[in-house]
Design a protein around this ligand. Structure first.
Ligand code: NAD
Length: 469
């Protein structure tokens, strides 16, 4: 019988081709050589990233427009300048962040030097999604390079125009012995994940997050998982409906609703709903005109698959605003649904499109119970003129981030960590948090070789005198 393993005397099987092995070996060798560690090297990589953004701005805007019909405004604020700000912050603070952090000492270590050293993990894998394909690739990349790692970036295959720019242009701006872009969909990424990395940073949906974490567990590789979910938006009776409607409509429709922190559904009383619906209609018409499909400011759905999924959700509850769709254009109109039940499909999955269901609650307590019955969201919003109400929602719920009286403004602050909790993710980044995420915090104590007479008190035979110390 032939040897199933294709061994001597058996059938010879062609060796299983591994498209990633050479690249990963090259990066590993570069890391071991120590070249990514000096501040000057990290500085040069960050400056390269900055030049990439400056010199390819138009190319990037075009790619984002082709992938998602992103307006120049949205591309600038949510992809290009947000990435540039992260780079600038890292460049300004790199040497401070890299410094050893002195820590307090106890009696037994008074004469020692004790500190935390931030050292790079080694070879890092970044897996990014399609909805902010530039920002969510470069954001983690800034942290990984600043921390002195070698990096493999695997952008989403779905935002294919941006993927192409990242694969063909970005590496020219970085040291290619330490950085590589690899391409592929789920199957190729599965193969990639068989390799051992020193850290994996994943942004995407929770189901894929489980696949990534399972693969990482085989090598005991630490992970950051930036996932998604349904972000509740509580609207109190005590508020100005038009102001709330402007803010909710803007953040719901930004990037055609394909934002992990978008307000996913509104919780309010039937009385507030009666005022909110005309206010939302007014806001949507002001933002996108009478025919939103012809507006240059409204994005498109990324793919046929997501378009079909979203069109299916339009049949939940009752459409009171929008409801139109055009398959050829991957267009879904900004839509508001009422009479929505907790059990409707639109309340079971992250919507990720310009559809806003309103679910009625009778009281603030009922809204809080509703939120707490579900998975912990990535973001939570509460609108009220009463700071007591906003603070009560904050105090009695949990979420990755929270914003009172607006949409996802909290993520614009690099001084706040960005990340989920529970099923919306683990770990965080942005600003210094990114540097810390991609650094191992090594506990160090340096003791002088001498002074043995003092330290000898530890050694047996132990006497009552030892115990008094
Ligand atoms: P996704 O999980 O489908 O894809 C993310 C990455 O994983 C891509 O690079 C993709 O190629 C890869 N991938 C997909 N399926 C895989 C599989 N079976 N095995 C291995 N790799 C696989 O996510 P998406 O559709 O690109 O993005 C949308 C999701 O991402 C939403 O759930 C959204 O909430 C979430 N998201 C979260 C954040 C955040 O910061 N928390 C930001 C943006 C998007």
């Amino acid at each position: 019988l032939p040897d199933p393993a294709g061994g001597p005397g058996g059938l010879s099987c062609p060796p299983r081709m591994d498209p990633f092995a050479d690249t990963l070996q090259r990066l590993r060798e570069a890391f071991v050589s120590g070249r990514t560690r000096p501040a000057e090297f990290r500085d040069a990589q960050l400056k390269g990233l900055s030049r990439f953004l400056r010199e390819n701005k138009q190319l990037l805007q075009e790619a984002l427009a082709q992938d998602l019909h992103k307006s120049a405004f949205e591309a600038e604020v949510s992809e290009i300048s947000i990435s540039q700000n992260e780079i600038n912050l890292a460049l300004r603070n790199l040497r401070t962040w890299m410094k050893d952090e002195k820590v307090s000492k106890n009696l037994a270590t008074q004469l020692d030097s004790a500190f935390i050293r931030k050292e790079p993990f080694g070879l890092v894998l970044i897996l990014s999604p399609w909805n902010y394909p530039l920002n969510l690739s470069l954001g983690p990349l800034v942290g990984a390079l600043a921390a002195g790692n070698c990096v493999v970036l695997k952008p989403s295959e779905i935002s294919k125009n941006t993927e192409k720019v990242l694969a063909e242009v970005l590496p020219r701006y970085l040291d290619q012995s330490c950085f590589a872009v690899v391409l592929g969909g789920p199957q190729e990424t599965g193969r990639l994940l068989e390799h051992k990395f020193d850290y994996i940073f994943f942004t995407g949906n929770p189901q894929v997050g489980k696949i990534v974490m399972t693969a990482a567990a085989k090598h005991l590789t630490p992970v950051t998982l930036e996932l998604g979910g349904k972000n509740p938006c509580y609207v109190d009776d005590n508020c100005d409906p038009q102001t709330v409607a402007n803010r909710v409509a803007f953040f719901r429709c930004f990037n055609a609703g394909q934002t992990c922190v978008a307000p996913d559904y509104v919780l309010c009383s039937p009385e507030m709903q009666a005022q909110l619906v005309p206010a939302l209609q007014s806001a949507i018409t002001r933002f996108y005109g009478d025919d939103p499909q012809s507006s240059p400011n409204l994005g498109r759905i990324i793919s046929q698959k997501h378009f079909q999924r979203l069109r299916g959700l339009l049949s939940c509850g009752r459409v009171v605003i929008g409801g139109q769709s055009d398959e050829c254009d991957l267009y879904i109109a900004p839509t508001v649904l009422v009479d929505v039940q907790e059990t409707d499909p639109v309340m079971q999955e992250e919507i990720f499109g310009p559809i806003l269901p309103i679910v009625n609650v009778r009281s603030l307590g009922q809204a809080i119970d509703f939120i707490n019955r579900r998975e912990k969201p990535l973001a939570l919003y509460a609108f009220s003129n009463s700071s007591q109400v906003v603070k009560r929602v904050l105090a009695q719920t949990s979420s990755g981030g929270f914003c009172g009286n607006d949409g996802f403004m909290h993520l614009t602050l690099a001084s706040l960590p960005f990340g989920g909790v529970g099923s919306s993710g683990m770990g965080n980044y942005h600003g210094k948090f990114s540097f810390d995420t991609f650094s191992h915090h090594r506990a160090c104590l340096l003791r002088r070789p001498g002074l043995e007479k003092i330290y000898a008190i530890r050694y047996p035979p132990h006497t009552p005198r030892n115990l008094r110390v």
